[in-house]
Design a protein around this ligand. Structure first.
Ligand SMILES: Cc1cc2nc3c(=O)[nH]c(=O)nc-3n(C[C@H](O)[C@H](O)[C@H](O)COP(=O)(O)OP(=O)(O)OC[C@H]3O[C@@H](n4cnc5c(N)ncnc54)[C@H](O)[C@@H]3O)c2cc1C
Length: 120
């Protein structure tokens, strides 16, 4: 009856089923959770996208991959700008010269490199 039995409706199972179906194959996807999407699943809680299994951000440098996913789903305008709290101060993440300058009171990459080298 089916060409493929796909266990799990996460990214892999969903993409495989999509691509196989496009090629005329008949797929059955089974999923033990009560939702699709696997670990990238998000719940809409009062208009906020909550990542049930931990935060997920889509990264790619590959234009083909970017176009592929954009043909399937709509992305929101989330911008990742985390900060770190350390000893009552707020610092930029990931670390940059601004972070090092505030942490150590320095001005140049050479000074930052010297301190990092010492700490290594
Ligand atoms: C906390 C966290 C943060 C992450 N952050 C990122 C990120 O920022 N960017 C990124 O690209 N990736 C991130 N990842 C990785 C990403 O989640 C995985 O690469 C991706 O979800 C894997 O997809 P998958 O389909 O292989 O597996 P899964 O998403 O795990 O899907 C597998 C599915 O199979 C189901 N299943 C398993 N066994 C059975 C069974 N016997 N019967 C029925 N169903 C079954 C499961 O319930 C699940 O829904 C993160 C992962 C975690 C845990």
């Amino acid at each position: 009856m089916y060409d493929y039995l796909i266990v799990g409706a996460g990214l892999f199972g969903a993409v495989f089923a999509h691509e196989a179906t496009k090629r005329g194959k008949k797929c059955l996807v089974i999923e033990k959770r009560n939702h699709v999407a696997g670990n990238i699943y998000t719940e809409d809680i009062e208009g906020i996208c909550v990542h049930t299994y931990g935060p997920h951000i889509f990264h790619t440098k590959n234009k083909k991959v970017w176009e592929y996913v954009n043909n399937l789903v709509e992305f929101n305008h989330y911008v990742n700008c985390p900060v770190a709290f350390y000893k009552d101060e707020v610092y930029n993440m990931p670390f940059n010269m601004n972070t090092f300058s505030r942490l150590w009171g320095i001005k140049t990459p050479a000074e930052a490199k010297a301190i990092i080298q010492k700490q290594i």
